[in-house]
Design a protein around this ligand. Structure first.
Ligand SMILES: [Zn+2]
Length: 252
């Protein structure tokens, strides 16, 4: 048998196991990433809201100061009103009082608005804090499960990757390139056995003459239909059995 075919069969076997380990994680890695991005988003919103709240509180405090000052001014001019000596003075003091009253009105309006905004913001911040807590818990939980699973399979994955590196080193670059392309384009199955006269990957019928050629295993041959690398497995019965039970393309 061509050495490269042997290597390809072994490589496909290793890649099949790596893929199975990856698939065993399910959508957990994706879920963890999604939770992380949600967490960052909510935390950023929370930060923004807290800053708006702080600005509103500051605005209220300066309105309260303005109110205090306007009230003092009004008190001062109210007292002066008793001491006016003529109409001109009376008009001047009255104008000052009117201005102070207008300032008091404005300050009171500003304070009310700020209080309303603050109340809404405090509620929103609290709600978001709750959401943040729930998200954080879920993220921690899922991340812990993922880490645990990864630890369980780490030594297995490392051993397989070592095997993979050794095998990959034995292949010519163009052949390795072709293998990788098929592997990624065909759901992780690049090398398939001929099963009952058909491609084990796409089930396309292969002419008997070609099956005989493939059986010689002296050259890299590709399925004309799906492009996978075809090999001949003597334990065809077993391969066939696997195909039927998995009802999916079977790697060698
Ligand atoms: Zn095929």
């Amino acid at each position: 048998m061509l050495d490269e075919l042997k290597t390809l069969i072994a490589l496909q076997h290793v890649d099949g196991q790596l893929l199975a380990l990856e698939k065993a994680k399910g959508d957990l890695p994706g879920r963890v990433l999604e939770l992380k991005s949600q967490l960052e988003q909510v935390a950023a919103q929370q930060h923004e809201k807290s800053e708006t709240l702080a600005a509103t509180q500051k605005k209220r405090r300066s309105a309260e100061q303005a109110l205090q000052m306007a009230k003092e001014r009004k008190k001062k001019y109210d007292e002066q009103l008793y001491a006016v000596k003529n109409n001109k003075e009376y008009d001047a003091v009255t104008a000052e009082i009117e201005m102070a009253v207008a300032d008091i009105d404005q300050a009171e309006t500003d304070i009310l608005e700020a209080i309303e905004q603050e109340e809404a913001l405090v509620k929103e911040v609290a709600e978001q804090e709750g959401r943040l807590g729930v998200l954080q818990n879920e993220y921690n939980e899922q991340q812990a499960i993922l880490t645990e699973r990864e630890q369980e399979t780490r030594s297995m994955v490392e051993a397989l990757q070592q095997q993979r590196n050794d095998l990959v080193g034995k292949l010519r670059k163009p052949l390795l390139g072709a293998y990788q392309r098929i592997l990624h384009g065909k759901d992780g199955v690049a090398v398939v056995a001929v099963a009952r006269g058909s491609c084990g990957g796409c089930s396309t019928r292969i002419p008997p003459q070609r099956v005989m050629e493939i059986r010689e295993m002296n050259q890299i041959r590709y399925c004309e239909s799906c492009g996978r690398i075809l090999v001949y497995d003597d334990s065809e019965e077993e391969t066939l059995h696997k195909m039927e039970s998995a009802s999916a393309p079977v790697a060698v």
